[in-house]
Design a protein around this ligand. Structure first.
Ligand SMILES: [Zn+2]
Length: 392
């Protein structure tokens, strides 16, 4: 009985939600301005729905429908996303969607990166999409007119084109895997940065690699607790050992915290960006919402969000699993603040389950922590050799 009722409700609610949508005005589109950096556009009008992309402050969007809490934005023909009403301000109502003309695209190359400046009057929504070793930067509500726009120093591995409707696409092609990319706001439009593949010495893969280690939680955020252990403490102990081991192998290493203090999630990712790190490793110990489930899940698991980070997550998980003998808790796709960055390549590591007596004993033991640290180092090295070892 109960099941039937739930199914009924599930099938009724979305239909109602659509009917409740109202047009934003007599004319078709409301012009919205984004109030804060890092504002998500979501697949559904729900704060837990998948994030499609993030926007910067002052980005402009066009909404055609609304419900009580969200505006519906048409990114392109038939592709709808949602933005929370609290995160935008209505600038006015217009009969048709506006688009901008890109004024100039200029390319620049540095030792370890490509930089493309896309000059355009307003900051429209964009999406990055990885396709194998290639990367697409798609900018909505923009057009490139070859008779009007200037192009400076185009590199051969970049292509660009107007897609359907008012959608501009910049494609980066590479023979080697991606190693971090980001779009940042410029005075006019965006700066797209794409890191080149690193030159890897297979005998000392970590040489010249910059790594930020993020010991999860801290201060009054203890993380998971069990057996009189606090996750935040174990995270910091392992992170410090990991730093030493990485340095021994030639990497440049920074920690987002070296003490027991509270650090915001976005402070951590901003720090990694500011240090111009290649790799970001967030160190955690796992738990389950209901400790009674302790027999259901065990072991070492890693988490990634962007495809480019999957090989790193896989290599760290494999190496940790082999070293500890823990069960395999998988290479998992998850949208966390510490897995979402596209620069650096970002992975979250759950070394073991603090609520499992055996694993808790292991991860809190100083000698075993050294084994964990060394295994993570080996995982990072294996990733670098696997991805970039044959390229030079
Ligand atoms: Zn944690």
């Amino acid at each position: 009985m109960k099941k039937t009722l739930v199914l009924l409700l599930l099938s009724v609610i979305p239909a109602l939600a659509v009917e409740e949508l109202k047009d934003v005005g007599i004319s078709k589109y409301a012009v919205l301005e984004v109030l804060k950096d890092n504002t998500p556009l979501r697949e559904k009008a729900d704060e837990y729905a998948t994030r499609v992309t993030h926007l910067f402050k002052d980005a402009v969007l066009f909404a055609d429908k609304q419900n009580d809490n969200y505006y519906r934005v048409e990114l392109k023909d038939g592709k709808y996303v949602w933005v929370n009403k609290k995160q935008v301000e209505v600038q006015g109502i217009i009969p048709e969607k506006r688009f901008d003309n890109i004024e100039k695209i200029s390319f620049k190359q540095e030792r370890d990166r490509y930089i493309a400046n896309i000059n355009t009057p307003s900051k429209s929504a964009f999406i990055f999409k990885e396709a194998g070793n290639s990367l697409n930067f798609t900018l909505f509500d923009n057009r490139f007119d070859p008779t009007e726009a200037e192009v400076k120093n185009k590199e051969d591995n970049f292509k660009f084109a107007n897609l359907i409707s008012n959608e501009f696409n910049l494609e980066y092609e590479s023979y080697t895997p991606l190693f971090g990319y980001i779009a940042q706001k410029a005075e006019k439009g965006y700066v797209v940065t794409i890191k080149k593949s690193p030159k890897i010495n297979v005998k000392k893969p970590l040489k010249h690699i910059k790594i930020v280690i993020d010991p999860g939680h801290g201060g009054d955020e203890k993380g998971a607790t069990a057996f009189n252990l606090e996750e935040k403490t174990i995270n910091l102990q392992i992170s410090k050992k990991l730093k030493n081991e990485l340095k021994k192998r030639g990497a440049k290493v920074y920690l987002t915290r070296t003490k027991d203090k509270k650090v915001g999630l976005y402070e951590r990712t901003a720090y990694a960006l500011q240090k111009d790190a290649d790799i970001l490793l967030s160190i955690h110990q796992n738990s389950l919402p209901n400790p009674k489930d302790v027999y259901k899940k065990h072991g070492v698991g890693t988490y990634f969000y962007n495809k480019q980070a999957e090989p790193l997550a896989r290599n760290i998980k494999d190496s940790l699993k082999e070293a500890t003998g823990f069960k395999d808790d998988g290479v998992n796709y998850a949208s966390f603040a510490l897995t979402r960055p596209t620069l650096p390549v970002s992975v979250l590591v759950e070394c073991g389950y603090i609520i499992d007596a055996d694993e808790a004993g292991y991860i809190s033991n100083e000698k075993k922590q050294k084994i964990i640290a060394k295994a993570i180092v080996k995982g990072v090295e294996n990733y670098l050799v696997e991805s970039f070892g044959n390229s030079y």
